[in-house]
Design a binder for this molecule. Structure first.
Ligand code: AMP
Length: 393
């Protein structure tokens, strides 16, 4: 794989794919610019070496058509405050106006395109869209680790239509840390998996079964596993179409004799609400009007005991609805337990990272990944579509 520092970029047009998917408030003010700052080493390197940089990102979930609410304009304004160079903004992603702005771009100038997801070709990896993005571009640089697990046009399509493709500094750093955890993990290796998106996580768990003897499950994903086994989970979040897969994973884990642990007790309430009454549930069924929103005290102790023995830990997804204090204890206790070990610890996913920051233990974590889904998939599959696309040429 080529890295951005390997490219001679002087006078060249570079398509720089970044992850500027920043949180915005209702007035479109940027609430947190960490993601913009994370790509500055790559952007500054390109500008200092005389490149003409065309920057592109997705932002939010627009309905694949132009929508000013999801415009990258506020990002252009913030970026302009973070770098000495002028930042030009294109009102579109492809087309005549963008092409003429690309042509006029001078060395060490930045042109930020509109939101890539205004076009269905982005997510659909439409090759003619990728070709339009790549038009007149010399080299492609990917510094958007958070979306490297997505086979989108700006991730896997463009590299087919440019002379050279390379990883930016952020992608390179992520790969360096994560590959250490894959190649020579010190054992015991403990995976902690939580969060809400079962369909994102269950498919990778199968691969994790071959890598570890310890998987600790928390968050809403636990309840698809319970429901699949016929336990009454009340109104807890369950993805019905993932139940068969969940059952087959439980069977595989059992036949391997591994520690595949689901919560022993649960904190449940009638609503995801700070004022809702909290119940500790120790047995199934969970009452019909309640939903499980955090792991219970016995589960916390059990998981902490296993975490203590770990030499390598990978954590993705909170143990409960940690955004609300009374459902955040499980996640906070896991954060403290992980921080208290001497293990190599890797945390991915905005929510688990937020929990670690909230508890104030981020200094004690070996690597905090900028991509939740991407880091989980990389650990499980040992590669990502976005990384493969960089090596194919
Ligand atoms: P994910 O993006 O899949 O890691 O999911 C993160 C989200 O899962 C957070 O916003 C949590 O509030 C939510 N979450 C975690 N546990 C539960 C639960 N038991 N029920 C509902 N949502 C949950």
């Amino acid at each position: 794989m080529l890295y951005v520092k390997d490219l001679d970029v002087q006078g060249k047009k570079i398509f720089l794919r970044v992850d500027f998917n920043v949180p915005l408030d209702k007035e479109q003010n940027i609430k947190d610019d960490t993601r913009i700052k994370a790509t500055l080493p790559t952007l500054n390197h390109l500008l200092e070496h005389g490149a003409k940089v065309i920057v592109a990102s997705h932002l939010g979930r627009p309905k694949e058509e132009f929508n000013p609410e999801f415009s990258t304009r506020p990002v252009a304004e913030r970026l302009a405050k973070l770098i000495p160079q002028k930042v030009l903004h294109a009102p579109d992603v492809v087309g005549h106006e963008v092409e003429s702005k690309k042509t006029q771009l001078k060395e060490s100038q930045v042109l930020l395109l509109e939101n890539l997801r205004f076009y269905p070709g982005e997510k659909g990896n439409n090759l003619s869209f990728a070709q339009q993005l790549a038009h007149d571009i010399d080299y492609y640089v990917n510094d958007a680790f958070g979306v490297c697990h997505r086979s989108h046009a700006s991730i896997v399509g463009i590299p087919q239509y440019v002379q050279k493709s390379a990883a930016g500094f952020l992608v390179a750093k992520e790969v360096e840390y994560l590959s250490k955890a894959i190649l020579s993990p010190k054992k015991p290796y403990v995976f902690i998996l939580g969060g809400a998106k079962v369909s994102d996580k269950i498919p990778v768990i199968e691969r994790l079964l071959h890598k570890t003897d310890n998987i600790l499950i928390g968050g809403a994903i636990a309840y698809t596993f319970f429901s699949a086994q016929g336990f009454g989970v009340g109104r807890s979040l369950v993805e019905e179409d993932q139940k068969d897969l969940a059952l087959s994973l439980l069977d595989k884990a059992k036949s391997k004799g591994m520690n595949f642990l689901l919560p022993q007790d649960h904190i449940a309430a009638a609503a995801i609400d700070p004022g809702a009454k909290k119940h500790i549930i120790q047995e199934f069924p969970i009452p019909k009007d309640l939903m499980a929103l955090d792991i219970g005290p016995q589960t916390i102790e059990k998981y902490k005991d296993i975490i203590k023995t770990a030499k390598t830990i990978f954590w993705n997804g909170p143990m409960g609805v940690f955004e609300i204090d009374q459902f955040g204890k499980g996640t906070e206790e896991m954060a403290k337990a992980v921080a208290n070990t001497e293990a190599i610890s890797i945390i991915g996913g905005g929510d688990s990272v937020a929990a670690v920051l909230k508890v104030g233990v981020s200094e004690k974590i070996s690597h905090i990944s900028t991509g939740g889904g991407a880091s989980l998939e990389y650990i499980a599959k040992e590669t990502l579509p976005g990384l493969e696309a960089l090596t194919e040429k």
